[in-house]
Write a protein that binds this ligand. Structure first.
Ligand code: F0G
Length: 463
């Protein structure tokens, strides 16, 4: 029998006070089964800890700031720095970390001008060690996997989870099994898993098919699943919100806008916001809004067609492959977050995503397509009057520009929508394209090209 995952039972006395709580029936347990589902009703679990509510918020803010100058691995991690709100491992020396977190909060001057929102920021999770937000959750879940004595960890992925898991498994001395949809993830992400030594299986199905198979696998084999169904992952991902609020001197923004795929990240951020509010770290809740691609809009349809009561799953299709998911696991958690924070749920088109990605690139920041749905979504929420120009808005950029170079190259070369029904309409994005120019290696050729560029786009040089 594979080991079960334990909180208090195996832990040093007085250390692990966390429990697993079912989000459906509310039952609370010290242990969780391999599939991280409630043994009574089958719903997802979340981690709770009664000690979190008894903390002094002022003392916490000071403590977290002081840790920023310390050199212990646990303090250098932008995740474990906030460990008062994380499940405690048996020993702090045992954490598996790559110094994740500590990601910048950028202003976006050009996008501010375009959208008319002066206080617009991007929390760039793509600057994590493996280039995506997954690292924040993986450090916590990999730590508990190793503590529970697992030799193998596994995930289904659209690419980023697998890259992150493979890295943390390698770091923690564990082996990793990756299940990805064949042909539907970027080479850049796949190559990370290979380099970090994962056993990588490209399955002839989509992400949802991979996840279904993984769920069956963990019931039969002693592998520890590291998808965001694993509540330890979401605990780590919570720290994005703690770090963000610290960067804003604990003044909550009016809106936080997140891309939605399997819906783990939005659940985690929402959980963090509620916990911060409950303990008095922030005086009010930002509205957390989730944006999906039109072709992978299960949450949008669930909210619109059933008022969030029943999941409307679908066959997903989008070039933002990270969020090409039709049957999101954490939909119920997110519906609760949308309700609790008063956030919205919106969808954006492939052209809107491509334009927003180019605009974020033009800020000198860049991101992968799935992250760009946030800026595209903001424009829609502004049009609808849900976001007001004078409000403070934070976009969560989830992955690095380098995660999907094919998309970027195809966009700038003008090939992204070639042969698709969007080909003609995509011409309106031509002004955002910066294709490479092939020239003879002469000074004259380069100077002529320079002059042409200056003439065709004089505004850029005056900025
Ligand atoms: N952005 C990026 C870059 C992602 O990789 C993902 C999910 C999301 C957004 C959506 O986050 O699933 O928590 O709602 N990627 C997963 C993966 C599914 O396997 O890498 P979510």
């Amino acid at each position: 029998m594979p080991p079960s995952v334990t909180s208090a039972k195996d832990s040093a006395p007085g250390q692990a006070t966390f429990r697993f709580r079912c989000i459906g029936c509310g039952s609370v347990n010290a242990t969780a089964a391999q599939d991280f589902r409630c043994s009574d009703c089958g719903n997802l679990l979340e981690i709770t800890d009664s000690s979190w509510n008894s903390r002094n918020p002022t003392a916490l803010k000071t403590l977290w700031r002081e840790r920023r100058i310390l050199n212990e691995a646990i303090d250098l991690s932008g995740v474990w720095r906030f460990r008062e709100f994380l499940p405690a491992p048996q020993s702090e020396q045992e954490i598996v970390t790559l110094r994740e977190g500590n990601t910048p909060l950028y202003d976006l001057p050009q996008s501010s001008r375009v959208t008319g929102v002066p206080r617009l920021y991007a929390k760039h999770q793509g600057l994590n060690p493996t280039g995506s937000f997954k690292d924040a959750g993986m450090t916590v879940a990999a730590t508990f996997a190793r503590q529970a004595g697992y030799r193998w960890v596994a995930c289904a992925s659209t690419g980023n989870t697998s890259a992150s898991m493979a890295a943390y498994a390698a770091r923690g001395g564990m082996r990793s099994l990756v299940l990805v949809p064949e042909g539907k993830i970027s080479w850049s992400k796949l190559s990370q898993a290979l380099d970090y030594g994962a056993l990588t299986c490209q399955l002839r199905t989509d992400f949802d098919g991979c996840l279904r198979l993984l769920q069956e696998l963990v019931r039969q084999a002693p592998v520890y699943q590291l998808n965001s169904i694993n509540p330890f992952r979401l605990e780590g991902q919570k720290t994005l919100a703690f770090e963000l609020l610290e960067q804003l001197d604990w003044e909550p923004p009016d809106h936080i806008i997140v891309p939605g795929g399997n819906l783990g990240n939005s659940s985690a951020i929402g959980k963090a916001l509620l916990e911060m509010r409950d303990v008095g770290l922030i005086p009010r809740l930002p509205k957390l809004s989730v944006i999906q691609a039109e072709g992978a809009n299960a949450l949008v349809r669930t909210v619109r067609e059933t008022q969030g009561k029943r999941l409307v799953s679908m066959q997903p299709e989008t070039r933002a492959t990270a969020i090409r998911i039709g049957n999101p696991a954490s939909w119920e958690k997110v519906v609760k977050v949308l309700q609790a924070t008063g956030g919205a749920c919106e969808q954006v088109s492939e052209l809107e995503i491509a334009q927003a990605k180019a605009e974020i690139g033009a800020e000198g920041i860049g991101c992968e397509p799935a992250s760009a749905v946030t800026l595209a979504g903001l424009k829609k929420l502004l049009q609808q009057g849900f976001v007001k120009p004078q409000e403070t808005v934070v976009l969560v950029l989830t992955g690095s520009l380098l995660k999907d170079p094919d998309y970027t190259m195809e966009f700038h070369r003008g090939d992204l929508f070639k042969g698709t029904p969007l080909e003609q309409e995509s011409a309106k994005l031509n002004s955002f394209r910066h294709p490479p120019v092939v020239l003879d290696a002469t000074l004259d050729a380069v100077i002529k090209t320079l002059e042409l560029a200056e003439k065709s786009d004089p505004a850029r040089s005056n900025e």
